[in-house]
Structure formats: C-alpha cells, structure tokens
Ligand binder design. Sequence first.
Ligand code: ATP
Ligand code: MG
Length: 761
Amino acid sequence: MQMASAAGAPQPNLLDRAQAARSAEERGEGRDREDQQSESRRPDFPSPRCGEEARRPPPTSPVSAPSVGGARGGGVRLSGGEDYAAGAGRFPIRAKGDGTSGAMATPSPAKSMGDPGITPLSPTHIQQKDTDQNAQTGASFIVVVAIDFGTTSSGYAYAFVKEPECIHTMRRWEGGDPGVSNQKTPTTILLTPDRKFHSFGYAARDFYHDLDPTESKQWLYLEKFKMKLHTTANLSIDTELHAANGKKVKALDIFAYALAFFKEQALKELSDQAGADFDNADVRWVITVPAIWKMPAKQFMREAAYKASLVCRENPEQLIIALEPEAASIYCRKLRLHQMVDLGAKTSMNGYSPTDNVGSVMTQAKEHVRRNRQSRTFLVENVIGELWSELTEGDRYVVVDCGGGTVDLTVHQIRMPEGHLKELYKASGGPYGSIGIDYEFEKLLCKIFGQDFIDQFKIKRPAAWVDLMIAFESRKRAAAPDRTNPLNINLPFSFIDYYKKFRGHSVEHALRKSNVDFVKWSSQGMLRMSPDAMNALFKPTIDHIIQHLRELFDKPEVTDIKFLFLVGGFAESPLLQRAVQDMLQGRSRIIIPHDVGLTILKGAVLFGLDPGVIKVRRSPLTYGVGVLNRFVEGKHPPEKLLVKDGTRWCTDVFDTFISADQSVALGETVKRSYTPAKPSQQVIVIHIYCSEKERVAFISDPGVRKCGTLRLDLSGTEAPAPGVRREIQTLMQFGDTEIRAMALDVSTSRSVKASIDFLSQ
Ligand SMILES: Nc1ncnc2c1ncn2[C@@H]1O[C@H](COP(=O)(O)OP(=O)(O)OP(=O)(O)O)[C@@H](O)[C@H]1O
Ligand SMILES: [Mg+2]
C-alpha cells in the first residue's frame, strides 16, 4: 500500500509503500483482493435524496487507477503495478485546514494498453443501465418550475407532473415597452441605497427611471450582469459586479436576489392556483444556463440557488441545471407544423411561402402566435411532434440558441423509437448575443458625441440613458434585410440638453461635424439611421455567428444536418435569419419555432420532467489529475525525472478522467481510489486539471490549468484496524449537465461526502 503526505512534508516511506503495493500487485495480491472485494463487498454508495437511485458499479468492474492531488498535482496511482505514488518532496500533498490531505493508490487490474505510463480511461468507465432518471425521481415532487435566467430577459414556466403536456408560462409581468414583446421580464435588478433588494424586471427599471437623478446615484441598478459569469476568467464566490452608479456589489448576492424573486413569484402563482400555500419541497427547480458555460459558472448558479433558499445544500437534487440549447432541442422534438416557421421548406407550409421574404414570414408567424396566445398554457405533444415523422434513426440536427448574451449551439442525433437524444459534438458558441448590437450602437454614439460625454451622461442622467436604450431596442427589432426606409431613434430631451451643457454646442452640430454620414439629424429630435447604418451595427455580431456556424459545419461530426433550429429572442431578427440562410445555401432546413423567446423555458420544463432524455453528451474539456508514473527512458522527458530512494519516477503525469469531445453516457462513471496519508486524516483534497486539448500528457503542458478540487470528507468514518488499508472509492460522472462525485469508504461500506469545487481556485 502507498500513501501520500500531508501538509507538503516529505513522506519518506511514501514510495516504499508504493513499491510494496506494486510488489503485492505483481504477486497478484492486489487483484485477488479486488476480486474478493467485488464479490463480497459491493460498494454501497450514498443514496441520493429525491429517490434518485445510487449508481452502483457492476460487481465485475475493476478498481482502477487512483491518484493524489498535490500542490502541483503530484499524485499516487497504482494501476496494474505500473503507476506510482507521489506527494512527497517537490510534489507535496496539499493540506487543507489542519493538514488533512493525502491519498493513496490501490492495486488495479486495469490494463495498460502497452503504455506503461498512463492507464487507459476505458476500463474505469462504468456504463450504467439505461435507467429512466425521471422514474427514479418522479415521486418526490409535484411540479417542475424552470427559470430561464437570461442576459437581457428572464422568466419562469412550470408543469405539473400529473399533467406534463401542459406547460404554463408565468403570469404577465407588469410593465412593457412599445415595440417590444414582454414574454419574459428584463433581467434588471434594483437595490436600495442600503443594499437591500428592492425590485426586479420592469418594476426595477421603471422605479430606477423615475428616481430623482441626485437620489438615483445612491441606488444600485444592474442589468446584463449574467455575462460576467461567462467572461470572468477566475470566477469565485467573491466576484463583484458594478452597478450603474459604479458601486461594487457581490455577484453572488445579485444572482441570489434574482432567484429568490423568481421563487417567490412562482410559489405565489402556484399557491393562488392551488388555493393554499404551495410547499417549496414539492417543486423540482430547473435553472437554464448556456451550454458553453464552464463548470465554475454553473456551480456559481447553484451556489446562488442555495443562497436564495431555492433549494438547500443538503438536497442538491432538487435543483437541476439545464443547458439552454439542450432545453430548446427537447422542446423542438415536440413541435407540430403549426408551431413553427420553416425557412427552408420547398413547399408552402402553414400558409407561409418560403419565397416570401424572411421578415414578412416572421411577421405573419408572430401575428399567428399573438392570436393564439390568449392563454399562457402551451400544449405539447406527449409523443414526438409531427416534424419528426420526417426523421429516421440517426438523423442529425443543430440547435442554435441566439440570446441576448451568448449564441450557444448543440448538435443532436435522434434515437428512435423513444426520441432520446445523443450529443454529437461538444457544445460550442460564444458571446455573440444580441447585446453586441447594443454595444455597437453605444460605440456609434461615442464616435459622434465623444466617449467622455457618453460616460458622463450615463452616470448623470441614468433615466435618459434607459430611455435611449429602450428606443434603440424597438428600432433594432425593426431592422430587416429588405428595408429601404430609415429608422428613427428618439433622442431623449435630457440627452440633447445635457450635451449642449457639456460641449457648448448642439447635437445637430455634433452630427454635422462627425464623419458618420449615414446617421442624420431629424428636425423632430431624432437620430435618423439609414438601413445601411443599422445593418452595420448588426454586422460584427452576425459575422461572428456565421463564422462559428461555418466552422461547425466543417467538422466531420457535423455532416448531413437535416434541420437547423434557430431559437432564442435574437432568432427573430430577419437580418440574422437571412445571414444563416445565405450561409447554409439549402444544406439543411431552417426551422424557427413560434415564440422563440420561450423555447428554452418550455424545453427546460420538459427536461425537468424527464432529465434522462439526453442519453449521451460530449465533454467540453479534458479533465484529470496529476500523478507519478514509473519513469520510462526514451518515453518520458528527462526534466520530469524524480529519483526517490533509488526508484525513478516521472512527475506531473496527467491522469485523464475524460477527454474533450469524448462521448459519455448518462450514468457512466469514472472510478478512482484514494487513501488518506494518515489513518486519522479527516479530508482528502485532490486538484483537478483541465484543458481544451483532447490529448494531454502532463499537467505542465501548455493550456492545462488547475480548475477545481475534489474533496473527500472522511469525518464520521472511523479509521480501519491497524494494517488494514483504507480505500476511498470515488465515482465521478461526466455525462450530466454538472460533474458529480460520490465516494465510499470500502472497508466500512460507509458513504463518504464527496464534492467537486470549481470556484475556489
Ligand atoms: N428582431 C430582433 N432583432 C435583433 N435582436 C432581437 C430581436 N428580437 C429580440 N432580440 C434580442 O434578443 C435578446 C433576447 O433574447 P433572449 O430572451 O433569448 O435572450 P436572453 O435569454 O436574455 O440571453 P442569453 O440566453 O444569452 O442569456 C435581446 O437582446 C433582444 O434585443
Ligand atoms: Mg436565453
């Protein structure tokens, strides 16, 4: 047996133990022990709450390569007698708190596939039975409530378990803007000067708008803040946001306030419907996040949900994180022909001819939806929708969620007869949402009126800035490829007035002097933008999307795409639709569901009702830990050589849990075993590394970074009798929307608290 050290102190007998274990392994003792264990002590994993069945490895599954995290990922790994211990000397095992970390290696029968350094991943991937997750969890909740926390707009929708084909969207919000539909509410939040939650959505924006300018400086108003979770490289629980008045506020508080607001609204609506207080324990919550979000951002959302008391930390399964394009994909499976516009159809469909220009098709579709949307309840097929009658086993389609902040793509393949989905290519996309057009407009204003003026104006006249952006939003939505007449944007009087005071001359003068000749001044106090000027504002954002789509369609996994579903609010843009049509050149049919803005919300409810519908996903990144391997001359670089007690080790070896773009089934687990350095040790902490590259050899390779920690909390499990190895068997799941870990103290069959933290790097 071998161990890893605590608190970074060298462990003189670390390698001795490793060697002893190796000898044992070579003598076959390790295998015997494992075989014996798999027969007599089948791991008894913690029983998750909400009725979710513990996923147990089959009795024949091998115990495999363990590893130990050190400050630089030094680790222990014994696998078929080929991987060895680390953690001593220059690879100290990181101590947490009172110096309680470390780990061990277990002998393993995992095969080495001729590579003496790294044991292959596959033997430790355990494929679980194709269980229906919903069936496992179905009994413990009455209703699924999904929250679409958008960059620009948010909302919730729900469905009762007993009536899954009826999806109810939230009650109408008060407020709304001319020319802009209000299916969701703006993602805007207002805190009082003493930093208490005041309001959310239209209410927040309108209250802030009506504050006296001197007073408004004291209030904290935030919008478009979701993007911070995507753009912050070292996201942590302490990450801060800037309110409109420049004051800083903790991002976690803001997200928690917003979620608490949705919780209150949804429970109130459910209680009103039920005629009695609705118990939060009867709700399964779903929060949607972009599929391209990294693990820290997803975890951040979960932390905010805990803080908002949406669910409690002891009952994590009550909250499911849904990926936005996945949710859309689930909903699109259910589409009926009258619930969508087909831009690529050869014949007329739903009364709309594909030869009509895109704008008019959408206008008719919107009118159709408006007339049919008296009710907030949407009926979905309890089987797969009509569109799928055209699909056969193995057909592929792409979903492009074009939101305010991000454009997020997923490639799915359908499996008949159940209509289960398989992800064919890892989620991709980027920050190419519709707010890019707003930023271009702001840049244009800076060009005409000066950056210094715009910066000051935003702070000094916040209400007028809000008005200006509302006016722009409605004009932005009117932009279309075949438009010939200009678009007028109302400049608030306050803008004109403040500019005069600031510069000493008129806005009209500024426009004349600027070399922006496609924007003119209208005598009615408006900016008059030519269609070319508006198209120019869209261009950088649309170019990014098209470039991304082009690259995606060039991938070998992304051929023969039957449909491209365009969803999210930005999908309504005729300019974007036309650009996608031009790029695809008829290679696949473009389908735009009615109510594009609600597609994700409706799909998220369906996902909450049946999270098992997506059976296979692709890992967006390569994940693993650092371990020591036996040094192999000619294979390992000399600078990685570490000689300890006469044994030659290769340091920094990356033990891959899963590779980027590797497909992984729901329920599939990666198994590793660890042991504490000391019998009395309470916590094992192991660093997790990740990379965008599919193949990683060493944790020091370019592009590899430390991204999280696996924490095994041994408190409450007693140390084994002297001489008995303490093995903590750890199972990690990469096939879900979040990475999960479960662990078991093998000698006592007691469950060990296992968690993966991506936020404290
Ligand atoms: N016709 C249109 N042209 C351009 N943009 C549009 C149009 N209609 C809606 N949008 C934009 O779509 C966005 C809202 O879409 P949606 O609600 O899907 O985004 P979100 O969920 O807030 O963002 P994300 O999903 O990126 O977090 C807004 O930025 C809005 O300006
Ligand atoms: Mg969205």
